[in-house]
Design a protein. Structure first.
Length: 459
């Protein structure tokens, strides 16, 4: 019936506004791809009405003034209390899995559902449609490591490719402003790591929120929206689309209300200028040096390490996200990769430095030797940054780069004015070795680390 056609929410339909002179060109494109096309009507009635016809008979008319102005817009109250927000940070976990050694804790983090292998779901989808993948979701020896982003080559004959990534700060919901900036920063870093140009990126938002009838939830949404604007302006990454789901809660039979935490997923895509210089995260060759870009502090709030259990000698506040610094760092790292000076790059977001290094090692089938005392520390943080913070903090604006010795001076020149340090080397061994300020040398085999990463899904 005409009613069903007009109000149906059937999927896989799109409405396009097409100049009359280009309709046949569009029809030819649809025909070539086996897609149905129907010419529904045209714009431009003089009376400001939407008129619907069924076999020549008018069956509906809607005044566009009523459509836009006829229903009063709701007015909602938004409340934001910074002190209350700080009190909402998740309490530390029960300590299960936190071992006596840093590398024992690394294994526990690699098995965390947010960090562990996602191969079980990746293999359920075809990421090779049209055969255009340059960097796949899993990379390295035996496709054994998690890529920071996917890269596809949509236009045959062009050197340019497209990076696709996302960012999600799951433990930061207590401060939606910081959470949003952290998610955007991670999304940008993931694209930069595979070779995307940070000046040619765009992003999308996906808000998952409890009911905004609650003034605090509405206040959290306002804070997140403000951060979207501030972050987009700093990174020069426009939000070109998005979606929202703003009533994720339910009431139990005994009257309790269960709400999800405010959550924002940021998805992004960016231009990779030269697909041949797209970069993956797996280590490539022994004797290369490992460079950590960005500073690490003692703020462990929202980190996966604190999700496991209390972390001694640390600050439970969230790390500070500085979008201006994040944008400068992204441009500098992108220049290193674009000039061919970086062999592999990885973003140490979820879990921090040691889990990210472990992923690089078992993805490349190579070991590494790392000294945590060399990790650049945030000078504004007067608290001593412990080995545990250096190993597992999730500060923004950081990258791990694998660099040939001969290219190190070029990388250092591009990173002039940005905190960075050589923290270790790639080795021929099959172990990850770690030493710190107060940590005697530890080592763990790549097989053990890989098994921890695969353990939750039995991979």
């Amino acid at each position: 019936s005409p009613t069903e056609i007009w109000i149906s929410e059937a999927q896989e339909r799109m409405v396009l506004s097409v100049p009359p002179g280009k309709l046949e060109r569009l029809r030819a494109v649809c025909l070539a791809h086996g897609v149905e096309l129907c010419d529904l009507g045209e714009f431009g009635t003089n009376d400001g009405m939407i008129r619907l016809y069924w076999h020549g008979t008018e069956v509906g008319a809607l005044d566009t003034h009523f459509l836009h102005e006829g229903v009063p817009m709701p007015t909602r109250e938004a409340v934001w209390d910074a002190a209350w927000s700080a009190s909402q940070l998740p309490a530390p976990g029960n300590g299960r899995g936190v071992g006596p050694r840093l590398l024992d804790t690394t294994c526990a983090l690699l098995s965390h559902p947010n960090i562990a292998s996602k191969e079980w779901i990746i293999r359920q989808y075809d990421h090779e449609v049209q055969g255009g993948s340059v960097i796949k979701p899993l990379v390295g020896v035996g496709s054994g490591g998690p890529s920071d982003a996917a890269v596809v080559h949509p236009v045959p004959g062009s050197r340019r490719a497209l990076a696709i990534s996302n960012g999600l700060a799951t433990g930061w919901s207590a401060d939606p402003y910081a959470m949003t900036l952290a998610a955007l920063d991670e999304c940008v870093r993931n694209m930069v790591c595979v070779g995307a140009d940070p000046t040619r990126m765009a992003v999308l938002d996906n808000f998952c929120w409890p009911s905004c009838d609650d003034p605090r939830n509405m206040g959290a949404l306002v804070r997140a929206a403000e951060a979207c604007y501030d972050g987009a302006m700093a990174y020069r990454t426009p939000f070109i689309s998005g979606k929202d789901s703003l009533k994720n809660q339910f009431r139990t039979q005994d009257g309790r209300t269960i709400m999800i935490p405010p959550t924002l997923l940021v998805s992004g895509f960016g231009i990779v200028p030269d697909a041949e210089r797209a970069c993956t995260m797996d280590l490539k060759s022994a004797e290369h040096v490992l460079v950590l870009v960005g500073t690490t502090g003692a703020r462990m709030g929202g980190s996966h390490r604190v999700m496991l259990g209390a972390c001694g000698h640390s600050d439970n506040r969230l790390p500070v996200v500085d979008p201006a610094r994040g944008a400068r760092t992204a441009r500098a790292v992108a220049a290193c990769i674009a000039h061919g000076a970086v062999r592999s790059a990885h973003d140490p977001s979820e879990g921090g430095l040691l889990p990210a290094l472990a992923e690089m090692c078992f993805a490349g089938g190579l070991g590494a030797r790392v000294d945590l005392s060399r990790v650049p520390v945030d000078e504004a943080d007067r608290t001593e940054v412990s080995d545990e913070c250096r190993a597992f903090a999730e500060d923004p604006h950081r990258y791990i780069l694998e660099v040939e010795q001969a290219q190190l001076s070029k990388v250092q020149a591009h990173l002039d004015g940005i905190a960075h340090a050589v923290i270790g080397t790639v080795t021929h061994s099959t172990t990850l070795e770690v030493v710190g300020i107060r940590t005697p040398q530890e080592s763990m085999t790549l097989d053990t680390l890989r098994a921890a990463w695969n353990a939750p899904t039995g991979g």
